[in-house]
Design a protein around this ligand. Structure first.
Ligand code: GLU
Length: 292
């Protein structure tokens, strides 16, 4: 890879960063820096009801405390609505979208996946979701760490939502429009987002844009197997322990840590991490339980 590499970290401001988000931040940062690339931060504040007041600013302050400095201005999805509208217009002009009035309950009553019930009904926009017709399902992709990832046939074929009934833009649409806009060449993120990658690849192809490569890092999970997340109230990162936590993150990402690292400063630690970063040594599990 050359220095045209562009990576990113794209947190949703639904709470403070926790150890799981630190792994995604550090992993995407080190991979970008090890490729002499650019590392960007995008705040995914697309869903106001799930947003926690002050979380976006808190996330940026926390990244800063960990020495994870972004290389260009931060972008906020809440300010990108015109771009999402244009993208939808582009897909609609190609005859690829349709309105759907189905409720989740109605869909579930007919099976696990949506079967295109509204496709030819020419329904109105009122109280409707907008779906994208899947003409060429993405049945697999190559993950840089996990290799070939197959996507369940029915899931890959589903006409998915790009604009929600409640008026919000769907995550898959926004993430692709923004990855194109920011020129992202590789997405490094948690393994919980392996599944939607097929949909995102489909969107890249519909926008006739080259897709980035993907690397999904193991998730940090609780002893009960659930993902460490803002929703299940994972504790926010303690910014008085940045060095210790950074070294813990390195350990999780299989860097060859040793005791004397404690003597390095944060910038020196990140430099050391960049020099010792190795995708091929990363753990291949999709999720790892944190030790005591
Ligand atoms: N905003 C998403 C999250 O916080 C991540 C999106 C992505 O990396 O594609 O889980």
């Amino acid at each position: 890879m050359s220095n045209s590499y562009v990576g990113r970290f794209a947190p949703s401001p639904s709470g403070p960063l926790h150890f799981g988000s630190l792994i995604a931040a550090v992993g995407s940062y080190l991979q970008a820096k090890a490729n002499q690339g650019t590392w960007l931060v995008r705040i995914e504040d697309l869903d106001p009801p799930r947003e926690v007041a002050g979380a976006a600013a808190n996330i940026l302050t926390t990244l800063d405390a960990f020495g994870l400095h972004w290389d260009r201005d931060v972008i906020y999805q809440s300010q990108r609505e015109p771009a999402y509208r244009d993208a939808i217009a582009q897909l609609s002009q190609q005859g690829l979208t349709y309105y759907c009035h189905c409720t989740r309950k109605q869909i579930q009553a007919q099976g696990q996946f949506y079967q295109g019930q509204c496709k030819h009904k020419k329904l109105t926009a009122e109280h409707a979701a907008l779906r994208l017709t899947t003409t060429t399902p993405v049945n697999y992709f190559i993950d840089e760490l996990h290799g070939k990832i197959e996507i369940e046939k029915a899931l890959a074929a589903e006409d998915f939502i790009i604009h929600r009934k409640d008026g919000l833009f769907a995550y898959n649409l926004a993430v692709v429009v923004d990855d194109i806009y920011q020129g992202v060449t590789e997405v490094v993120r948690g393994a919980d987002l392996i599944e939607p990658t097929g949909r995102q690849l489909y969107l890249f192809s519909q926008f006739a844009q080259p897709a980035p490569s993907y690397l999904h890092l193991p998730l940090v999970s609780n002893v009960d197997g659930s993902k460490l997340s803002k929703q299940n109230h994972a504790p926010g990162l303690d910014t008085t322990k940045t060095k210790t936590l950074l070294i813990e993150a390195f350990k999780f990402l299989a860097l060859p840590v040793f005791n004397a690292l404690e003597d390095l400063s944060i910038p020196q630690l990140l430099q050391w991490g960049t020099e010792h970063w190795s995708v091929k040594n990363l753990p291949r599990q999709k999720s790892i339980v944190l030790g005591p």
